[in-house]
Design a binder for this molecule. Structure first.
Ligand code: ADP
Length: 512
């Protein structure tokens, strides 16, 4: 091992399909990355599980990989890492034994639909308004509350053991911190807690009425710590030395922070498997009247070393099928071999020739929340080719984002001046140009699109003085490419009207 004078922040980015470790330097640029995939477990239709132990093993392995190889292949001294920041797939639910640290069951992943019936029953009891006003969420199986209830109802003796304080619940951030600290800390932050259906956005604490609605003993729950702040140290046995853990943030809120959306009205969209748009709405939660989610963005100290914190809230919209639509062209239709090929294929025709692809393969998320909607490809003639379908797929992604964008503008009363973008599919220039055209505002892609991990790093760096304040961080954000809208208002309105006709054909299609 060599002496290293450079200092870094290590971000642990625990995603739905892989665990990543990314090392960031003072300039906010990633200098090293390690990534490992882990198995997805589909034991019943509609169920999605992860082995929590595999999550931890893969996360530890990628972090150790960075220490082993280091920036120059000679190893990275643990003292070169000022702090660790954690970002994670949200809502995924883990239940473990406090004395052994062993999970009682596989983790139930956010995509898992097994508690849809429980949500329907609560809906019938008229609980939607209570839940929305306290949590900012819609009543859906996506969130942790009914998943945890299912585990307690299903595992023999679990609820009694939970009441005795023998068990711990956590989203993936809590599970990672528990393991990183050798079982010493059971904590979460408000950006993750606000996705559980158990957290009150106004009191910033677990809510007793909701806990009794879901029959969840309080003794199960982690302590809530600020999103940015030194919450503890890693077990020295893991990396050879104790390293401060200085942030915990849910992945989409992390990406919003990584995009430096620090002022109210700034927004980003991540084009990954799904598309996630988040808008910073400032220091008060903005209730949605258009079926978007109100969520905690981050809770950070007023200043370095200050114990006083302030909370930034966001409006959030999730589109289920974003880049996954392109995966379907590749794996379902076999009309492209790799995702990036879609761009040239779509660009080989000048327009979609009035063909629309509504990618409601798994129902529609915001703002429709129609679980009965199904995919539709409409308007084809004998002249339709795979190129038109590829182009319609890209338009289908961009048009869904327009719908959530408009819902967000209505809820927030803010009309955005520009949209910041990131995620795998944001590399597609044609898609980004379509997005600017259909929105009528510029779309801006930064140099660093590794924004989720970057957000966790920034939050950890702020807590440890690595970066002085958000102004210093915002100065690192720089434009790689800007896409200016190039479509008349008349054509835009006609396009959206036609899209909504196609959308109405896809809604409510599936029968029970
Ligand atoms: P996630 O974090 O959800 O796994 P990523 O941000 O890694 O997603 O992006 C991967 C997704 O982006 C895949 O669904 C893939 O189909 C899509 N994708 C990647 N490159 C392109 C491209 N050039 N054009 C369109 N879609 C793309």
């Amino acid at each position: 091992m060599v002496t290293i004078t450079m200092k870094y922040i290590l971000a642990l980015d625990q995603g739905t399909t892989s665990s990543r470790a990314v090392l960031f330097g003072e300039s906010g640029l990633p200098v090293m990355t390690a990534q490992r995939e882990f198995p997805q477990i589909f034991s019943h239709p509609g169920w999605v599980e992860h082995d929590a132990q595999e999550i931890w093993n893969s996360q530890l392995a990628v972090a150790r990989e960075l220490f082993k190889s280091g920036v120059d292949g000679l190893g990275l001294a643990p003292e070169a890492v000022t702090a660790i920041g954690i970002t994670n797939q949200r809502e995924t639910t883990v239940l473990w034994d406090r004395s052994t640290g062993t999970p009682l069951a596989n983790a139930i992943v956010w995509q898992d639909r097994r508690t849809a019936d429980r949500c329907a029953a609560l809906h019938k009891e008229g609980r939607d308004a209570l839940i929305q006003s306290r949590t900012g969420l819609v009543l859906d199986a996506y969130f942790s509350g009914t998943k945890l209830q299912w585990l307690l109802d299903t595992i023999p003796g679990a609820r009694t053991r939970a009441q005795r304080g023998e068990l711990a619940f956590g989203t993936i951030d809590s599970w990672l911190v528990w393991n990183l600290t050798g079982g010493r800390l059971h904590v979460t932050d408000a950006s993750n807690a606000s996705r559980t259906l158990l957290f009150n956005l106004h009191t910033m604490d677990w809510d007793d009425t909701l806990l009794s609605l879901f029959d969840i003993p309080r003794a199960l729950l982690p302590r809530i710590v600020p999103t940015s702040g030194v919450l503890g140290q890693t077990d020295p046995a893991l990396f050879g030395r104790a390293i401060p853990i200085a942030s915990i943030v849910g992945d989409q809120q992390g990406a919003t922070f990584g995009q430096a959306c620090f002022s109210p009205g700034m927004a980003k969209t991540t084009y990954g498997t799904g598309c996630f748009m988040l808008m910073n709405t400032g220091q008060m939660p903005v209730p949605s009247h258009n079926r978007l989610l109100t969520t905690v963005g981050w809770q950070i100290p007023e200043a370095t070393n200050s114990t006083a914190t302030h909370t930034t809230y966001c409006l959030e919209a999730s589109v289920f099928m974003g880049g996954a639509t392109i995966q379907w062209l590749r794996d379902g239709l076999n009309i492209i071999r790799t995702a990036p090929e879609v761009e040239a294929l779509a660009a080989s025709v000048p327009d979609v020739d009035d063909t629309y692809l509504v990618p409601a393969f798994t129902g529609l998320g915001a703002p429709e929340w129609d679980s009965q909607a199904r995919g539709a490809l409409i308007g084809m003639t004998r002249g339709t080719t795979r190129a038109h379908i590829a182009r319609a797929a890209l338009e289908g992604i961009a048009l869904q984002v327009v719908d959530v964008f408009n819902a967000m503008a209505k809820d927030s009363g803010i009309s955005l001046a520009e949209l910041r973008v990131d995620g795998g599919a944001s590399q597609n220039n044609l898609l980004m140009q379509m997005q600017a055209d259909f929105l009528g505002i510029p779309v801006v892609r930064p140099h660093v699109t590794e924004t989720t991990a970057l957000g966790a790093a920034y939050l950890a760096g702020l807590a440890t003085g690595f970066w002085s304040d958000t102004r210093a961080i915002a100065a690192h954000w720089s434009v790689q490419q800007r896409f200016e809208p190039n479509m008349s208002a008349e054509n835009r309105a006609a396009k959206l009207a036609r899209w909504h006709q196609a959308l109405s054909r896809a809604k409510g299609w599936a029968r029970d």
